[in-house]
Ligand binder design. Sequence first.
Ligand code: 13P
Length: 344
Amino acid sequence: MSERIEDIARAMVAPGKGILAADESTATIKKRLDSIKTESTADSRRDYREMLFRATDAMKNHISGVILYDETLRQKAKDGTPLVDVIKASGSIPGIKVDTGAKALVGPTGKIETITEGLDGLRERLAEYHKIGARFAKWRAVIAIADKCPSYNAINANAHALARYAALCQEAGIVPIVEPEVLMDGEHSTHDIDTCYEVTEWVLKEVFQQLYYANVRLDGIVLKPNMIVPGQKSAKQASAQEVAEKTIRCLKACVPPAVPGIAFLSGGQSDEAATEHLSLMNQMGPLPWAVTFSYGRALQSAALKAWGGKLENVAAGQRAFSHRAKLTGLAALGKWDRSLEKAA
Ligand code: 13P
């Protein structure tokens, strides 16, 4: 495979393919495993992820890359093969989450707003990750909507950090996934879809300005934004068509066509909603960039449940994951149909 970042970025958003976000931190994966009454240990985390990465049909045909957590990048499968090699053998690209989490921002909105950390020592960490096999990275900035939020300080500080991260990645031959997530869930999520639109537009404008200042090449990034959706606690929900139209309108206003691809997060949407929205957007083409997925929950939740932490359920877990990956892959082509959901 080519080592040029523009080629890697294009491969990450190849037609009908998208990214599996399996980079849950130790605390987050524990919550997922708790939900199926499975103890979170290095082995159970490995077993779960190995199950996904060995789902050959899904990995070969629909998953262009996998975002890993530091622990997983260094882990070996049960038979001793590095998990990175399992991923590569299926033709998929290993990636790595490199931020060290969203921490409370100093100031009056500090109970709600965060700044994502992880820049110190990042150049050295990226060099090591490249050696281990990572060819792309992820950094998630989090923007909350609430009374007096977001503040300009939160947007500016997070956009600045994203740009510094992206520049360091490209220097290391690693494609940065630039992820500014405007939250749809959480205790303050009563905002409507138009507020999400306005905030997302503001955030994206700021992010691209900062990427420009930091000399980031736009043809060597993948943008991972939220869709334009009402907050989970909003009294006014929106139709799938409205979500798709507003999301594409907002992105067209903010994302230069030099960017090869947009890979959405699912952010708390149901599996079916995340898939339907993606498919509708792709039906609105031609679009200036590839539009695909980088889902965590919307790709994994059915598989996690079907597996249930039991060795005898590995095949069932893989079937559930393959089904979801296939439908989401079809959505990336604008070819998903609700009747396919029932065939699970
Ligand atoms: P979700 O699709 O579950 O939102 O996760 C994607 C992700 O990687 C968030 O950073």
